[in-house]
Design a protein around this ligand. Structure first.
Ligand SMILES: Cc1ncc(COP(=O)(O)O)c(C=O)c1O
Length: 381
């Protein structure tokens, strides 16, 4: 049996034709028709007025923080359980990071912790955070409506890190029907090779505020003044996406709905196969949201059981990966304050395991994964 990877892209459709078009027209670098086309079509797909294509999801988050005015000495709140790139850009800005523990229902930042702390600071007259970065972990949207309301009341910008959640939506409440990444001050996406769609590497920043989009685009192009030869009005960054990457991104975006259907079907098949199995629970799927199910990640009874399953999968040449290590356990963030203490995030991280979730995962491969997981759970230790 061939190795079953965790999450690899499927590069069909118009990818080769569009990449060839770049080569034939000599538009390969950070200017070209595919960059603006990708921005236009992406903005339309996530129903956000403005989109700025970036070199990576990390660059998009950095630009989002800069555009919203984060300064050295500021404080930025970030979900504790996430990939480190959700938090690093705050540090690039010279800000400190305060982490927010997870809620068990979605594994995302606990909205009550955010609302309570904002309220407590307001009562005491304490300084507010300069921004809140709310992650859509593994593709599942957070309970963002209460966070948006409390943050807006205090003038705190909210940045959605929707790197893993392209195509996810909310189904109920004040933001029902809205796309992940489109409801806050700025939303950020990643097109890294393992994401819902890929451009080889890249990211996108979306916003409803034209001045923020203009500012982010300016900062992404070395703050070059348009129309004037090599005049720059501040120190900035080379964060633009290349036309080659955008060409691949456009081709992938054309297939997004098909990919989402397949990811959701994979998740439903896993749920069905694992339902009732002792020693594990299926991942959170709240009926008020529709996840992209970027990575299907069940929770095992204990860390030891998780490790037993992971090793059994590895022995069968099946790639499975623990979810992110909470940021408060990582050396660069060990000194950060953690609203809620980080106990929920630690517990989830110690017991969760992401299973193969590629859009091209075949039924037979999935049955093999299910078989190994089930055998490992029922095996006597
Ligand atoms: C939650 C999250 N935020 C940010 C990023 C950073 O994106 P990129 O790798 O494109 O810089 C990723 C993925 O890599 C991610 O999973």
């Amino acid at each position: 049996m061939a190795r079953i990877p965790l999450c690899i892209p499927e590069l069909g459709g118009n990818a080769a034709a569009y990449l060839n078009e770049c080569l034939q027209t000599n538009w390969v670098s950070s200017v070209g028709p595919f960059v603006s086309r990708f921005e236009r079509e992406f903005a339309a797909r996530v129903e956000s007025p403005h989109a700025v294509a970036c070199a990576s999801g990390t660059a998009a988050i950095h630009l989002a923080l800069l555009a919203t005015g984060v300064q050295p000495g500021d404080e930025v709140w970030v979900s504790d359980l996430t990939f480190i790139a959700s938090a690093n850009p705050a540090r690039y800005c010279g800000a400190s990071v305060t982490l927010v523990d997870s809620e068990a229902d979605t594994w995302n930042l606990d909205p009550q912790l955010v609302v309570d702390e904002l309220e407590a600071r307001a009562k005491r007259g304490d300084r507010m955070p300069a921004a809140i970065v709310a992650v859509h972990l593994l593709g599942h949207p957070p309970q963002l409506a209460p966070v948006l309301e409390a943050a807006a009341a205090r003038g705190v910008p909210v940045i959605e890190d929707a790197a893993e959640a392209l195509g996810a939506t909310w189904n109920r409440g004040p933001i029902a029907g809205r796309q992940a990444g489109s409801v806050s001050t700025i939303g950020c996406f990643s097109f890294n090779g393992n994401k819902v769609i890929t451009s080889g590497g890249g990211g996108m920043l979306v916003t409803g505020d034209e001045s923020l989009a203009t500012r982010a685009r300016h900062l992404s192009t070395q703050a070059k003044i348009p129309g004037v030869a090599y005049r720059h009005d501040e120190v900035a960054y080379n964060y633009r996406l290349t036309n080659l990457a955008a060409a691949l991104g456009v081709a992938q975006l054309e297939r997004l709905d098909e990919y989402l259907d397949r990811k959701r079907a994979i998740s439903e098949r896993y749920d069905e196969a694992f339902r009732g199995l002792a020693g594990m629970t299926t991942p959170p799927r709240q009926d008020w949201a529709r996840s992209s199910v970027w990575l299907y990640s069940p929770l095992f009874a204990t860390g030891q059981v998780r490790e037993r399953v992971r090793l059994a999968l590895a022995a069968a040449d099946i790639e499975a990966r623990p979810v992110w290590t909470p940021l408060h356990q990582q050396p660069p963030y060990a000194a950060s304050s953690v609203l809620g203490g980080g106990f929920v995030a630690s517990d989830l991280a110690s017991r969760a395991l992401s299973l193969p979730s590629s859009v091209g995962l075949t039924d037979q491969e999935q049955q093999e994964v299910v078989g190994v997981v089930s055998d490992a759970l029922t095996a006597r230790t």
